[in-house]
Design a binder for this molecule. Structure first.
Ligand code: FPP
Length: 264
């Protein structure tokens, strides 16, 4: 449910989008939304600007989406900020992104505190430059007692690496005789993933017209609804988010079961 009706009405009052808001079912907001924020580079190129300009604009879009998600009462928002494959980008861009993560986190910590958001990190933090790693650690510890929306940031995250890490941990337990293979269930396996505490996304949004998962939450997306938006990430705003949620609300989720005699 919407946590604060007044803040919600204020944030989403816009005559141009009144029709959109009338259709929204505020009691059926997806609990967990995941986003592949794609298109920063193309957005910058279209303006004759550098890729770093596009990433900086991407941060502004993220800030708006975090605020909107809090107002909507979303339980968890997961964003794909840097994949295990993104290390293959030119060193200059990798350095820029790593420093952007650190400066953004420091700058936006007051926003996370004000909005009662708890930061969660998905991925392998060890490979990050020390400054970026320490900033994430600071963000995790400062927001640790917040009780509102969880913001899960995937940095140096790859779903295959995450699954292999879980397999290794579980097989170690088996080798040590602490676990038998018959005890390995899907629920149990999920607890060994980075997403253990936030669970699977209900809705996954990818911007910029690309229609791939790109090694993001492969296990967790088994029954997730996908929404692909042509908009480049820096242009994605609260109304694009509402449109994605409206589309989600019109989907029929059967989780492999049947409804009205129709099988999946
Ligand atoms: C994809 O666009 C975007 C990224 C790889 C970076 C996204 C990161 C942010 C928006 C900053 C987030 C900050 C924090 C602290 C989480 P692209 O470069 O692949 O765009 P292109 O496909 O048009 O080239």
């Amino acid at each position: 449910m919407i946590p604060n009706e007044d803040a919600f009405k204020q944030y989403f009052s816009d005559t141009d989008h009144a029709l959109l808001m009338e259709q929204l079912r505020t009691d059926q907001i997806p609990r967990h939304i995941a986003i592949v924020m794609d298109g920063n580079g193309r957005w910058a190129k279209a303006r004759g600007e550098s890729r770093s300009f596009g990433h900086a604009a991407g941060v502004e879009a993220l800030r708006e989406v975090i605020t909107a998600a809090v107002r909507l009462g979303v339980g968890a928002l997961t964003v794909y900020a840097f994949s295990t494959e993104n290390w293959n980008r030119p060193q200059e861009e990798v350095d820029l992104l790593m420093s952007l993560f650190a400066t953004t986190l420091i700058k936006e910590l007051p926003l996370l505190m004000r909005e009662n958001v708890r930061l969660v990190y998905l991925g392998d933090m060890e490979a990050l430059p020390i400054e970026t790693k320490e900033t994430f650690e600071q963000g995790l510890s400062e927001t640790n007692n917040n009780t509102g929306m969880v913001l899960a940031v995937a940095v140096n995250y790859g779903s295959r690496a995450e699954i292999l890490r879980a397999v290794r941990q579980i097989s170690d337990l088996c080798c040590e005789g602490k676990l038998s293979s018959s005890e390995i269930t899907a629920d149990m396996f999920s607890r060994y993933l980075y997403t253990a505490e936030i669970g699977d996304p209900d809705l996954l949004i990818r911007t910029s017209g690309e229609k791939r998962l790109s090694n993001f939450l492969l296990w967790q997306c088994a029954y997730t609804e996908f929404y692909f938006d042509e908009v480049l990430w820096p242009d994605f705003n609260r109304w694009n988010l509402i449109q994605a949620i409206l589309t989600f609300q019109h989907r029929e989720r059967r989780f492999g079961g049947v409804k009205d005699g129709l099988s999946e």
